[in-house]
Design a protein around this ligand. Structure first.
Ligand code: AR6
Length: 177
C-alpha cells in the first residue's frame, strides 16, 4: 500500500478487488444508462445484489462525466458512486474522465462521506489507455483536495500490479512537481 497526504486527506494506492473495499463509497465504472454490465459493474452487481440496479433504474441515467449515488446493497461499502467515464473514440475523452473524477469526489463530499475508492475508470471495456487515465485521475484528485473537503481518504484500487505501478509513477511525479 502506498500513502501520500494532500492537506488533511490521505491518498492511498492499493492492488485489489474494489468490491472488497471498506471505504464509505466505492466508485462504479458506469455507463450513461446506469445498466450494470461487466468488469467493475458486474462485480458490484454480483456481490451487492439487485437493489443497486433497482436504484440505478429509478435514477434513470446521467451524462458522460457525471456521477450519481446509490446504496451499496450487500457490499462492505455503504454507498456506490456510479461515475460515467468516456468510451474511447467518442470524442473529448480526457475532459469527460476529468469530470467523472471530480463529480465523484463532489458527490462523496456532498453526502458527508469520509472515504471513497476509485477503480481505473474507462480502462477496461471502454478502452481508455491506462497511463493517460492515471495522469488525469491523480491530477484531478490532487487539485480537488487543495480546497476544503470532508473527505479523509481517497483510495485508488487497481486490479493488476502493472496498473498499480502506473498509478504510483503518476502520483510520485505529480506530488513532487
Ligand atoms: N476491482 C478493481 N478493478 C477492477 C475490477 C475489480 N473487481 N474489475 C475490473 N477492474 P471496466 P470501463 C478494472 O471494464 O472500462 C461495464 O459493462 C479493469 O481491469 O469495469 O469504464 C459497465 O457497465 C479496468 O482497469 O470499466 C460499462 O458499460 C478498470 O477496472 C462499461 O463496462 C475499469 O474496467 C464501463 O467500462
Amino acid at each position: 500500500m502506498i500513502t501520500k497526504k494532500i492537506n488533511k486527506t490521505v491518498i492511498q494506492l492499493i492492488q485489489g478487488d474494489i468490491t472488497e473495499q471498506t471505504t464509505d463509497a466505492i466508485v462504479n465504472a458506469a455507463n450513461a444508462q446506469l445498466i450494470l454490465g461487466g468488469g467493475v459493474a458486474g462485480a458490484i452487481r454480483n456481490k451487492g445484489g439487485s437493489t443497486i440496479q433497482d436504484e440505478c433504474n429509478h435514477i434513470g441515467g446521467t451524462f458522460v462525466g457525471g456521477a450519481v449515488i446509490t446504496t451499496g446493497g450487500n457490499l462492505k461499502a455503504k454507498y456506490v458512486i456510479h461515475a460515467v467515464g468516456p468510451q474511447m473514440g467518442e470524442g473529448d475523452e480526457d475532459n469527460k474522465l476529468k469530470n467523472a473524477t471530480i463529480n465523484s469526489l463532489k458527490v462523496a463530499n456532498e453526502n458527508n462521506l469520509k472515504s471513497i475508492a476509485f477503480p481505473a475508470i474507462s480502462t477496461g471495456i471502454f478502452g481508455f489507455p491506462l497511463e493517460r487515465c492515471a495522469g488525469i485521475m491523480i491530477k484531478e484528485t490532487i487539485n480537488y483536495l487543495q480546497s476544503k473537503t470532508k473527505l479523509e481518504k481517497v483510495v485508488f484500487c487497481l486490479f493488476e500490479k502493472s496498473a498499480l505501478n502506473i498509478f504510483l509513477d503518476k502520483l510520485n511525479l505529480l506530488i513532487t512537481s
